[in-house]
Design a protein around this ligand. Structure first.
Ligand SMILES: [Zn+2]
Length: 245
C-alpha cells in the first residue's frame, strides 16, 4: 500500500513539473520576448519587472566601481546541455569569482547569438554568460562579448560536441572557465535579471569591456542550432551603470 502511494506521488510530481516545463517560449512570433510575460503567471516579471536584462550599456554614464574582478577558476568535469533555448555547459566544480567584493561559485555558462548586451548601441555577433551563485544564493553573471575573427580555441571541443537537438553529453575533458576570459577583466556592472523566462531579478551583471573572438565557422555552427536566441535590450529605468578595471 505504501509503495503504491509513493508511486502515485512521484507520478503527480512528474506531471506537475512536466506541465510547468511545457510552457513553450522562444525568440520569435507569438511566443517571443514581447509576449513572454503573458505566456504564464510564472513569467509575469518579464513584463512587469523594472530592472530587466539585457541592456544597452551607455558607457558615458558609467560611474566608477572600485572592486576589480578576481577569478579563481579551475578545471572541472561537466556536461554540455542543449536545453532547447541555448547551449549550456554545466560545471561540477569550476571554482569561483570575486565580484563586487563577494565570492560566487561558477555554475554554468551558456551562449547567445547575437550578443544580448549592447555597448553604446553597438551589437556583437555572440556572447557567453558565465553564471555564478554566492553561498547566500545571489546570482552574478560575467558577460563575455565575441567578435568574428580567429577560431576560439577554448570553445573548440565544446562546439565539436554540442548536441544539435535537446539533450546533453558529458565534457570529454575537464574545462577551465579562465580559458575563455580576455586579457583584461575591466568591466561594466549593472543590476538586472535572468534574460529568459521567468526573468527573475536580483542578478548582478559584469560585462567585460574587452571582446574575444570566434571564427565565422564556429558562429555558423552555433546558428545552425540556434539561429537567434537573444532577448532584445530592456529599458534602463534609471539604473546606475558602473565600470571597474
Ligand atoms: Zn544568458
Amino acid at each position: 500500500m505504501k509503495k503504491v502511494l509513493v508511486v502515485a506521488c512521484l507520478t503527480a510530481f512528474a506531471s506537475l513539473s512536466y506541465a510547468e516545463g511545457a510552457v513553450k517560449w522562444g525568440y520569435e512570433g507569438n511566443i517571443g520576448p514581447a509576449n513572454w510575460g503573458d505566456l504564464s503567471k510564472e513569467f509575469a516579471t518579464c513584463k512587469t519587472g523594472q530592472v530587466q536584462a539585457p541592456i544597452d550599456i551607455q558607457t558615458k554614464q558609467a560611474g566608477k566601481n572600485s572592486a576589480p574582478i578576481k577569478t579563481n577558476y579551475k578545471a572541472s568535469a561537466g556536461e554540455i546541455l542543449n536545453n532547447g533555448h541555448t547551449i549550456q555547459v554545466n560545471l561540477a566544480d569550476g571554482g569561483s569569482a570575486n565580484l563586487g567584493g563577494a565570492d560566487y561559485k561558477i555554475l554554468q555558462f551558456h551562449m547567445h547569438t547575437p550578443a544580448e548586451e549592447k555597448i553604446d548601441g553597438k551589437s556583437f555577433p555572440f556572447n557567453a554568460h558565465l553564471v555564478h551563485k554566492s553561498a547566500d544564493g545571489k546570482l552574478a553573471v560575467i558577460g563575455i562579448l565575441f567578435n568574428e575573427g580567429k577560431e576560439n580555441v577554448a570553445l573548440k571541443d565544446i562546439f565539436a560536441a554540442m548536441p544539435a537537438a535537446e539533450g546533453k553529453t558529458p565534457l570529454k575533458a575537464p574545462f577551465n572557465a579562465s580559458a575563455m576570459l580576455p586579457s583584461s577583466l575591466a568591466y561594466y556592472n549593472y543590476a538586472g535579471s535572468l534574460t529568459t523566462p521567468g526573468c527573475s531579478e536580483g542578478v548582478q551583471f559584469y560585462i567585460l569591456k574587452t571582446p574575444v573572438e570566434l571564427s565565422s565557422a564556429q558562429l555558423s555552427s552555433f546558428k545552425k542550432i540556434f539561429p537567434m536566441n537573444a532577448r532584445p535590450v530592456m529599458p534602463l529605468n534609471g539604473r546606475k551603470i558602473t565600470e571597474g578595471s
